[in-house]
Design a protein around this ligand. Structure first.
Ligand SMILES: Nc1nc2c(ncn2[C@@H]2O[C@H](COP(=O)(O)OP(=O)(O)OP(=O)(O)O)[C@@H](O)[C@H]2O)c(=O)[nH]1
Ligand SMILES: [Mg+2]
Length: 349
């Protein structure tokens, strides 16, 4: 999976409102057979074609909803009208629209979730095309052998819908700016996010896949740094938290070498910001990972180890840059996912 960072922030579109309309059905035709020796031939007006559907399909080839920033009207083709000799009009073509995996489609008025396109290839007909009208030959009756009526095509369905992208990943990394989230993502996966020693290097979420072996893969999301007051819009705000809503658990990454915002304070800020975004987020399982152990002495690491474990949290000290203790972290990530999976299976059986 590539990094989404090649997109500039304006291009990382994860929320749009679009108008969808199925094609109108074609009208049925009014027509009469005209032949040389049968001046009064019967009615032969064909049926109208069906209007095309608008269909959303989840595809890994799409990373954002950018396509819809400027193209907000998605309208399928109309069916053609019926013709003489009982010929049916051509059906309108379906409009197939590709969206990133993880796109949720909501009715814009009720906000009701219509569909969650959370898997490659999953599709949803969001607006059906109208039926074609019947041609006049259907309306022959004992009292009317030459009907001059035909049915109108049915209008295609239309509505405004909201497309909301919520990335699908197993683990979400949250931390203050500069904690080393992107460095950790690049240590664990083949993703190549931008890394630098200034805050807000990451402006859009990055995804990477940790391949432990052929049968064990973990999808990890690195999101932009959070700061105190993010819920009031400080920094990049909290909007990117939507991309960790669907993760199975969180990694709180704290910088053990940070003297200005020490790990306990960093942890408190992160918890508080998450809580302000949604109560659901803080119900997720999490572990605390202490980064940059290469910059602090052992006593300091032990002190933080004790601090977090005393509070009942799992704590793993690492250096993302120097790749120290990364294997331990990978084992922990896998074990938690495995444990969650088994617990879930137990509930279901
Ligand atoms: N010494 C040391 N430096 C590290 C370590 N991990 C990350 N860094 C450095 O810390 C700085 C910030 O790293 P990033 O990975 O960009 O941090 P981030 O959390 O993604 O930052 P934002 O995207 O701005 O939120 C970079 O200069 C990294 O090289 C580490 O384990 N040890
Ligand atoms: Mg980053």
């Amino acid at each position: 999976m590539g990094s989404a960072e090649k997109f500039s922030p304006e291009n990382f579109v994860d929320y749009v409102k679009v108008f969808v309309k199925g094609g109108d059905g074609g009208d049925g035709a009014v027509s009469f057979l005209r032949e040389k020796f049968r001046p009064k031939g019967g009615p032969d007006g064909g049926d109208g074609g069906k209007g095309g559907d608008v269909i959303f399909v989840a595809s890994s080839s799409k990373k954002t909803l950018l396509d819809f920033k400027y193209k907000k009207h998605l309208i399928a083709q109309n069916g053609e009208r019926g013709r003489n000799k009982k010929q049916k009009g051509k059906d309108g073509e379906d409009l197939v629209v590709y969206v990133p995996i993880g796109t949720i489609i909501k009715d814009s008025e009720t906000e009701e979730i219509l569909c969650d396109l959370d898997e490659e290839g999953k599709s949803f007909v969001v607006a059906r095309g109208g039926r074609g009208g019947r041609g006049n030959y259907h309306f022959v009756s004992p009292t009317n052998q030459a009907p001059r009526i035909a049915e109108k095509g049915q209008k295609g369905e239309e509505r405004w819908v909201i497309l909301e992208l919520k990335l699908i990943s197993d683990v979400g990394i949250v931390g203050l700016p500069n904690a080393g989230k992107s460095t950790l993502l690049s240590a664990l996966t083949r993703a190549k996010p931008r890394i630098a020693d200034y805050p807000f290097t990451t402006l859009t979420p990055n995804l990477g896949v940790l391949e432990i072996d052929d049968s064990r893969r973990i999808c990890i999301a690195d999101i932009p740094g959070l700061i105190e007051g993010a819920h009031k819009g400080a920094g990049l705000g909290l909007k990117f938290l939507r991309h960790i809503e669907r993760t199975k658990f969180l990694v709180f990454l704290v910088d053990l070498s940070d003297k200005i915002t020490p790990p306990d304070r960093a942890f408190e800020i992160l918890m508080n910001e998450l809580k302000n975004y949604s109560q659901e987020l803080i119900k997720k399982d999490f572990i605390v990972v202490g980064n940059k152990i290469d910059l602090v002495d052992e006593n300091e690491v032990e002190r933080w180890q004790k601090f977090f474990t005393d509070r009942g949290f799992k704590f793993i000290p690492i250096s993302a840059l120097k790749k120290i203790n990364i294997e331990t972290l990978i084992d922990a990530l896998w074990n938690i996912l495995d444990f969650q999976k088994k617990a879930k299976e137990k509930i279901q059986t």
